[in-house]
Design a protein around this ligand. Structure first.
Ligand code: F6P
Length: 547
């Protein structure tokens, strides 16, 4: 069977491909010289965010070609289908209704009513813990809340909790445990008091190995440290769509907070999966996070495609991935508290769009998804920015910045912002050979030295980036930022004709993980396994005879 190509999907695809060289060499500096209004023309503001995409390799012609593709993909129709709850997750035959989790109007549908009820239940729990109505087994007030979850049941809440540090109420300390590596929970338990610890077991499926094992470890630790079996009810609550499994694990039905099949794990931080966030910043601020996301939903639903932030972010990434052959994208938040954003976006983008067949199961011959990576500025400048400036890989970058900070060290915030802007400027302008030579000459170097050193100082420039900025990082602007990326991911899924809401690709590794664990337990290693796998298991069993 022939593979699906982008030319099968888009009539103007060959026109785009034929001009690849032209797009690749399009001079950003010339685009700015030719159009003094380029920055304002190529900027959009919505929901408290501004996207400046003027330092990208696109001109009016390129944008029109991309908008033509969006039209052929019926992106406008696809956005409507997502937001009204059509079964856009076609392989699992269900909607992807994360937007319903932050819906602001009166609850009318079953989903909206279920969300409202759950928010009320969350609010009661948070307030009861804060006020001391909910205590530990010995009657002491809860001081520490520990989220046990992984992937979508960890990364979103962990990232937001860190991002909104200035909003922490201080009523409880919030911690996260994800890894099956016992080192993580072992380190944490050493610092906790069982009498004052509340564990949130967050697992949509309630069958994730890491989460169940860590929960069993926490449960045993409680029992070993003075808590009775009955007392456990005061120390464990669960968030899951599999209520029966959570009950089977020993959590009382009244202590289970539902999520639903129509919410993807990596899109779920707005639901009860966001409980750790609510414990950190209080329910009022949790509501504000949802409000910010709802404002971005509104913008995604109603703004024309050419002025629509998530649509533009998606179209640009499609451009870089499929026309300009970039395989990666860097996320560089110039905001210390956003340091976990790249890790969160890795799951959001790569688990959603790392796909190799179309929505109908046809093999694809074009790139989908891209490698997301990054860290907070200015730290990255002193490590990997060398490659961004002089390496041979050209990739798009999202700089994220805030105009004001939550602290009073204004001069440091000025340097932070200045560095962010300077990086995007330097990546674009570069430094040519003549300038390098002139600089070295001014320093008094000999001709031989100049001849040797100058090429090493050349920065080719013309490297693309977007800047997303906001007044300051608040629950509302963070909500809008996350929702913008969620919708960017869906936009790309539509353009690539893939289902962004399943994740079958994680299954095989999980299955083989249990097989390998069984082989270790039984020391019965299947003879038809490859010699490398056999050798590695043997080395482990030799060292761990008494497991
Ligand atoms: O293994 C991948 C995955 O299924 C993610 O999609 C999900 O976010 C994570 O595991 C955790 O799943 P759960 O919430 O069901 O424990």
């Amino acid at each position: 069977m022939s593979k699906q190509t982008l030319a099968d999907l888009y009539a103007n695809w060959s026109q785009l491909e034929e001009q690849k060289d032209k797009w690749q060499t399009l001079s950003l500096q010339k685009l700015f010289q030719d159009d003094p209004n380029r920055a304002s023309r190529y900027s959009v503001a919505a929901a408290g965010l501004e996207l400046d995409y003027s330092k990208n390799h696109v001109d009016e012609e390129a944008l029109n070609l991309l908008l033509g593709i969006a039209e052929q993909a019926d992106l406008a129709g696809a956005i409507k289908r997502l937001l009204r709850g059509d079964h856009v997750n076609n392989t699992e035959d269900r909607p992807a209704l994360h937007s319903a989790l932050r819906y602001q109007g009166e609850a009318k549908t079953d989903e909206q009513k279920a969300v409202k009820e759950t928010l009320q239940k969350m609010e009661k729990l948070v307030n009861d813990v804060f006020s001391g109505v909910w205590t530990g087994f010995s009657g002491k007030k809860i001081t520490d809340v520990i989220n046990i979850g992984i992937g979508g049941s960890d990364l979103g809440p962990r990232m937001v909790t860190k991002a909104l540090t200035p909003y922490h109420t201080g009523d409880v300390k919030v911690h996260f445990v994800a890894n099956i590596d016992g080192a993580e929970i072992d380190d944490l338990l050493k610092a906790l008091n069982p009498e004052t610890s509340l564990f949130l077991i967050a697992s949509k499926s309630f069958s994730t190995l890491e989460t169940l094992q860590n929960s069993l470890t926490a449960r045993q630790w409680m029992l070993d440290n003075g808590c009775s079996v009955e007392g456990l009810a005061q120390h464990f609550v669960a968030i899951s769509s599999k209520i029966d499994k959570a009950v089977e694990f020993g959590i009382g039905a009244e202590n289970i907070y539902p999520i639903w099949d129509w919410v993807g794990g990596r899109y779920s931080l707005w639901s009860a999966i966001g409980l750790p966030i609510a414990f950190a910043i209080g329910m009022e601020n949790f509501y504000k996070l949802r409000t910010g996301a709802a404002a971005m939903d509104e913008h995604y639903a109603n703004a024309p495609l050419e002025r629509n932030i998530p649509v533009l972010m998606g179209l640009l990434m499609f451009w870089y991935s499929n026309v300009l052959d970039s395989h990666t994208q860097a996320i560089l938040p110039y905001a210390y508290h956003l340091q976990l954003l790249p890790a969160y976006l890795q799951q959001l983008e790569m688990e959603s769009n790392g796909k190799q067949v179309s929505r109908e199961g046809k093999e694809l011959n074009y790139q989908t998804g891209s490698i997301v990576w990054g860290t907070e500025g200015t730290n990255g400048q002193h490590s990997f920015h060398q490659l961004l400036h002089q390496g041979k890989i050209i990739q798009p970058i999202d700089f994220i910045a805030t105009l004001s900070a939550h602290h009073s060290l204004d001069h440091q915030h000025k340097f932070l912002f200045a560095n962010c802007v300077a990086q995007s400027q330097a990546l674009m302008t570069g430094r040519d050979l003549e300038t390098s030579i002139a600089e070295l000459r001014a320093q008094g170097l000999s001709d031989d030295e100049i001849h040797f050193i100058a090429p090493h100082k050349v920065h080719p420039g013309n490297r693309p980036s977007s800047t997303i900025f906001m007044e300051s990082l608040t629950p509302e602007t963070l909500g809008a930022l996350i929702a913008a990326y969620e919708h960017k991911v869906y936009t790309l899924g539509v353009l690539w004709d893939i289902n962004s809401f399943d994740q079958w690709g994680v299954e095989l590794g999980k299955l083989l993980g249990t097989h390998v664990a069984t082989a270790i337990d039984t020391t019965d290693i299947p003879a038809d396994w490859d010699s490398s796998t056999q050798m590695l298991i043997r080395r482990f069993t030799e060292k761990n005879q008494n497991l």
